[in-house]
Ligand binder design. Sequence first.
Ligand SMILES: [Zn+2]
Length: 171
Amino acid sequence: MRYIFENGNSNYDEQEEINILKYSRWMNSILSRSEEIGKVELPICSIILDERGRCIGRGVNKRNLNNDPLGHAEIMALRQASLIKNDWRFNECIIITNLEPCTMCASALIQARMGKVVFGAYDKKRGGLGGSIDLSKHKSSHHKMEIVGGVLEDECSKILQLWFKKLRTRK
Ligand SMILES: [Zn+2]
């Protein structure tokens, strides 16, 4: 497992270690939900935690179900959480998701002023937070997010690899 802290702070402190344990627990529940949704959609699930660590939003990929090109798990979670929060700003919140957000979702998270983004597997083809391009560091980004990638990376990659393998054999 490897963790990349991109907040300009390379000190791996005790608090961050506690945080990683917390994120891993959430990631496990995200992975079981992803496996369920994997029967009909790409197995991706995202949750949003508020400043007290309460889950205020959850989303799964619904692109096929809703015929919605914007139907990514992160967008779904943002929509639910902004309703509950009654606000579009998420400075004090954390989003946790099993795959690195794509460029669309990374941009949406910047627009939402998300405090921290935690993800599992890197997406070298479409990732918007370092895998392919890093929009959080792009000059167009006026909001700086803290990025933690690679939480339960192996487990997260495996679910996606299996899903694509099944898709190929179905064709
Ligand atoms: Zn996306």
